[in-house]
Design a protein around this ligand. Structure first.
Ligand SMILES: O=C(O)C(=O)C[C@]1(C(=O)O)C=C[C@@H](O)C=C1
Length: 92
């Protein structure tokens, strides 16, 4: 297969891809660490609300979060926020 617009050799492309994948792996590790941190902070909020006789969840707050992610990422942002909230909500 020849491509006259090619500007990298196969070896050069392999090096770019390997470097970029290493950065992606590092970013994914940070994202997963941040999710762990978010879960812990969320549990703190829920425990305080329950300790004062309130409900575990706050749907008003969840709507704010869904809107923040939607505004930044579009429809998929809503899906991301839904999954994050699912990970962060404690057991009913
Ligand atoms: O902000 C709150 O009130 C929380 O309890 C945290 C959190 C969240 O993880 O963002 C979790 C559950 C609630 O339903 C709403 C939001």
């Amino acid at each position: 297969m020849s491509d006259t617009t090619a500007t990298l050799t196969a070896d050069e492309a392999a090096a770019v891809i390997a470097g970029a994948r290493a950065r992606i792996d590092a970013l994914d590790t940070q994202l997963l660490d941040l999710i762990d941190q978010r879960r812990a902070v969320s549990a703190e909020v829920q425990a305080a609300r329950i300790a004062s006789g309130g409900p575990r969840l706050s749907l008003t707050r969840e709507m704010e979060i869904l809107e923040r992610y939607r505004a930044r990422l579009g429809r998929a942002g809503t899906d991301v926020a839904m999954l994050l909230l699912e990970l962060c909500r404690g057991r009913a």
